[in-house]
Write a protein that binds this ligand. Structure first.
Ligand SMILES: *[C@@H]1O[C@H](CO)[C@@H](O)[C@H](O)[C@H]1NC(C)=O
Ligand SMILES: *[C@@H]1O[C@H](CO)[C@@H](O)[C@H](O)[C@H]1NC(C)=O
Length: 339
């Protein structure tokens, strides 16, 4: 992994406890290489924009977002956010670790979504009410956004428990639309997901604990095809964890390839994580976004590499418990081209 850190232009360091009250200013940081640039804010360590040229050199912003950083604090979409301490859903907002039952805040029906009411995505590097989420112990978290060369973006998320074992599962919740953030839906993008299995969920989107093959179903994206080609066979679009085939074979593996034939933009994604949540903005409806745009259902797609959802309550899923002395490390590498 040494060659990943070729050019670290900005560090955002999120430390939930130490930086309390020390870093209350919200700032926007830009990383730029020619026509390729990203903007990140320290509010939720959120990606605000990703500017990419298309095959003719026309530059568009290809991630959904809000106009002002303030909108991110009362939005419910997690646009671009870094979510945690445990991304995705935890059933019944509770789990047991080392004989202790931990009760979390329920912010999605009776379940906990993306860390609960005061998840990392709502942290301005000033933690106002950390106590609402009773995850065990304290954790220091560090997120690094890196532009590498002329067309790669890497995220490195590192977390270390300070005093107690705790579940940790971070995810970057960027919504992509390679034709431009306000260009309509992503149904004609093609996607390849290098995953032969998924973890099915119940009606509240909590995993049943099964791991089932995608072959012959609308979930099968082993060969690239249009996202919309079978979406109507599903109850409500894609919102499911894929079990990545590269897991276990290689530390760092390819997860997905997305292509938009209109602009030619293509995005490849590699990770060291076992799963990727594929979400097609099923719950987005008339959300007021950047530059006066309104986003509708299927306006973007999220590819949230991570551990499996609700792993704290699913004994057959890979464990997300990290003990003091251990380091959680999550890497994402995007490569953008236009063809
Ligand atoms: C947040 O609240 C402000 C003030 O009420 C409102 O103008 C804005 O549209 C809201 N943003 C979102 C994303 O809900
Ligand atoms: C939450 O749990 C309670 C008690 O089991 C149940 O009555 C209620 O319907 C649940 N709410 C949702 C939104 O599932």
């Amino acid at each position: 992994m040494a060659n990943l850190s070729l050019s670290i232009l900005v560090f955002l360091i999120l430390s939930l406890l130490i930086q309390q009250n020390e870093c209350a200013n919200i700032d926007v940081y830009e990383l730029k290489r020619g026509d390729f640039s990203i903007k990140v804010t320290n509010y939720g360590a959120t990606v605000l924009s990703v500017m990419l040229p298309d095959r003719n050199g026309k530059v568009d912003d290809v991630v959904l977002g809000y106009d002002s950083v303030k909108d991110y604090s009362n939005g419910t979409t997690y646009f671009g956010a870094l979510v945690g301490r445990v991304a995705n859903r935890i059933g019944d907002a509770r789990f047991t670790l080392n004989g202790v039952v931990y009760h979390l805040s329920a912010n999605d029906g009776n379940n906990t979504l993306h860390g609960g009411k005061t998840g990392f995505s709502t942290v301005i590097w000033t933690v106002k009410d950390h106590k609402a989420d009773r995850f065990p112990g304290d954790v220091s978290v560090e997120v690094t956004y890196m532009l590498i060369g002329t067309n790669k973006l890497a995220l490195r998320m590192k977390a270390k428990p300070k005093n107690k074992a705790t579940p940790i599962n971070l995810a970057s919740h960027t919504y992509w639309n390679l034709a431009g953030h306000n260009s309509g839906d992503i149904l004609s993008h093609t996607i390849q997901l290098l995953a032969s299995k998924i973890t099915p969920v119940n009606k509240d989107l909590i995993p049943t604990g099964q791991i089932v093959p995608v072959a012959g179903t609308a979930y099968d994206f082993l060969k690239a095809r249009e996202i919309g080609s079978k979406i109507l066979e599903l109850a409500d679009g894609y919102d499911i964890n894929y079990v990545l085939d590269g897991t276990g074979k290689k530390h760092f593996h390819k997860a997905a390839v997305v292509h938009d034939s209109k602009s030619g933009r293509k995005m490849e994604l590699w990770t060291n994580q076992p799963g990727v949540q594929f979400y097609t903005s099923n719950m987005i409806a008339n959300v007021k976004g950047k530059s006066g745009s309104f986003y509708q259902k299927y306006a973007g797609l999220a590819l949230e590499t991570q551990g499996f959802p609700d792993a704290v309550n699913q004994p057959n899923f890979p464990s997300q418990i990290v003990s003091p002395g251990e380091t959680y490390e999550h890497i994402m590498l995007y490569r953008f081209t236009a063809e």
